[in-house]
Every structure is written in C-alpha cells, then in structure tokens.
Design a protein around this ligand. Structure first.
Ligand SMILES: *Cc1c(COP(=O)(O)O)cnc(C)c1O
Length: 364
C-alpha cells in the first residue's frame, strides 16, 4: 500500500452522538468536499445511522451522488450558480438554497417546467458578506409572496463563530431575527430555521434553532484550536489517519544536501527515509522541518522540500525503520492533523480536504 487514508467511522458516530446529546436541534451532517476528504457516501450513511436527519453539501453534483447511493433523507445544496441543473435537482428532491432573486426566478422556472414544487431554504446574508440575500431583500419579500416554491427553511452563516466573544455573533443573530420577522410578515413561515456551524453549535446554544449544521466537529476536529481548544479539549475524536509506505531507507553522511534546491543539508551522519506521498497527494509543500511522520516507534521530521510524489524524513542515526514500513503521516501516534495545519500555516479543514482522490479511503 503506497498511501491510504483510514477513516474511523466509529469516531464520526461518537462525535455526532456527543453533540446530539447537547442540543435539542436536529443534526445536519455537512458532507461537502467528499465529506471533508473522508468519503461522501460512507460518511453520509454513518451520519444518518448516528442520528443525523439532514445532509448538507455545497454542490448539486454532491447531492446527486448521495441520492444515487439510495439516501432518502432531506439534502440541502447551497452553492448552485445560475447555470446549475435545477430541474434535475428538483426531480431528485434536493432542497435548494435561495441566495438571490435570480436564483428564485430560475428555481421557480425549473419547477414550473417540471410540474413539481421546489423545496427551498431562504439564505440571508447577516454580516458575513458572502452568500445570501442582502441588497435585494425588499424586492425579494415581494417576489417570494405567491412564488411557486415550498419554503422549508430559513438560514444564514456565521463569519466568526469560532471567536465566540466577538460582537459580530450577536449582531448577526439580531439581523437574522429581524429578517425572519420580515419574512413572516410577508406571510412566509419556514419551519426549519438554521444558523449554527460546528463552532456555534459548541459555544452558542442560542444559535441552534431547529437544525445545527455540523462539519469539522463531526470529523473530530476543533473549529479553531486557538480559540476553542484541541479535539481533546472538546472531547472529539479525529476520524482520519493518513499512512504511507517507506520507499527507501538510506544512511547518509553529514553534509548531504537533501532534495530540490538543496535547501537542507544533513547536520550529522543519519538515516533518511523516502515517504511515498507528495504535494500532488495533498501534502503541503511548505512544511519542511515543521511536520513529519511517525515510523518505527519514533517521530521523524521532514528534511528538504516536499516533492510532487515523495518527501524525505530524517530518521536519526539509530532508527531501525526499513523500506516497506508503514509510516503514520498524521494520526494519534506522532503528528496530528492540527500539527500539520500549524506547520503549513493553515487550518485543519484544509489539511483533510486537500488529500487527493488518488489516495484510497479505507473504512474501519
Ligand atoms: C461548511 C459549512 C458548514 C460546516 O461548517 P463547520 O465549521 O465545518 O462545522 C455549515 N454551514 C455551511 C453553509 C457550510 O458551508
């Protein structure tokens, strides 16, 4: 096995159960981006078996794959540019988000062409200034009256939920209430109100409404290790372990230049191992020295630049690692996902979602 992602579905189940026991809201499992790299369909099925009653994805293609796998729970797709195949979405009973007047028009037209009422969730921009209705709101309140859609939900998204003390969280919630009241004033009464992502679910019960949208926490990772603490602090169990096989082990003298650009020179006689993953597999290239692997019972840091398909680690002179050994790139033994994120100057979300599809996923 050259490289594998091992996904512990039991961990995902435990993470969902833990969060479910702390909220009265329904759980929407966010499985966009191939379930944050963990595998769309296996994770979606695990989440449903663990008590999630909704699924959320960015793309229609993702929602379509879920339906094709036989999943029947409600699925929301929230990133559907105007060129999307709305007819197909409506045919497949996929709930659509409405972030603009244009979307409302297109979705109504698609529903009419099919003779089927689309199920929609109205998305309001309450301060993140990304998706959702903002300047068109007044016009929208007129247009939505009598529109041929089934308004199931009303929702927004937090910009700073991972910084629970920031006042934007409160101002976004206030704006949300104002808009909901205005919508109800227009005679539209959505039954499913949702706002909270993982960070808000963990820190802000007043944001839960009827559904919480869980992404990163379901995968056992902290929404922000600096402000909310580690997985451990949050009692979450990371579900993903990344492993790769050692291609070669070689003994080299002090003064050996390693890798492209000879950016590092060995400072002592040592043993190096070539690990069979590289930046094309999603290993961040700027992690030299900062991250590494766990092999033959010890941590071994990266030395030199990460290449496309491989990188080199310094085993130290006394290691008994050998070619064919399986190194843990990240997991519970050596370097964590959060360690890799810190090394690459990014967030754990990016580390797990960037692991390439050429790395097979294995389920336990
Ligand atoms: C990705 C996403 C989530 C999940 O966010 P986490 O921080 O991973 O819990 C929730 N809602 C929307 C709209 C999203 O795009």
């Amino acid at each position: 096995m050259r490289a594998t992602v091992e996904v512990n579905l039991k961990a995902i189940a435990n993470n969902i159960s833990l969060i479910k026991s702390n909220t009265a809201a329904e759980i929407l499992a966010v499985v966009k981006a191939d379930a944050y790299g963990h595998g769309l369909v296996p994770v979606a099925k695990c989440a449903i078996a663990s008590g999630a009653t909704w699924l959320g994805v960015a793309l229609l293609e993702e929602a379509q794959s879920l339906r094709e796998s036989g999943i029947t729970v409600p699925i929301i797709s929230w990133l559907t540019p105007p060129g999307s195949d709305f007819k197909r979405a409506i045919e497949l009973d996929i709930d659509l988000s409405i972030p603009s007047l244009r979307h409302l028009e297109l979705i109504v037209a698609a529903g009419k062409a099919l003779g089927k009422k689309p199920r929609v969730h109205i998305e309001v921009d309450t301060g993140m200034t990304r998706g959702g209705l903002l300047g068109e709101w007044e016009e929208f309140l007129i247009a939505i009256k009598g529109a041929e859609v089934d308004v199931i939900g009303f929702w927004s998204h937090f910009a700073r939920a991972d910084e629970p003390n920031e006042s934007e969280n409160i101002s976004q919630m206030q704006e949300f209430e104002v808009r909901l009241t205005q919508l109800q004033g227009a005679g539209i009464n959505p039954t499913h109100i949702h706002f909270a992502n993982s960070a808000a679910t963990l820190t802000n019960p007043s944001s839960h409404h009827n559904i919480v949208r869980l992404g990163i926490s379901m995968y056992g990772l902290s929404p922000d290790v600096n402000t909310l603490g580690s997985s451990q602090t949050l009692e979450l169990e990371p579900a993903m372990t990344l492993k790769a096989e050692v291609h070669l082990v070689k003994r080299v003298p002090a003064g050996s230049p390693v890798g492209y650009g000879a950016t590092e020179i060995t400072s002592r006689d040592t043993k190096l191992a070539i690990i069979t993953m590289g930046y094309s597999d999603g290993i961040p290239r700027n992690t030299t020295n900062q991250a590494g692997v766990f092999v033959a019972g010890a941590k071994a840091p990266i030395i030199g630049r990460v290449s496309m398909d491989q990188f080199v680690v310094d085993l130290g002179p006394d290691s008994n690692a050998k070619a064919g050994d399986i190194a843990e790139v990240f997991g519970s033994l050596g370097y964590s996902i959060d360690d890799w994120a810190a090394a690459a100057g990014t967030i754990n979300y990016e580390i797990v979602t960037r692991i390439a599809s050429r790395v097979p996923r294995i389920y336990a």
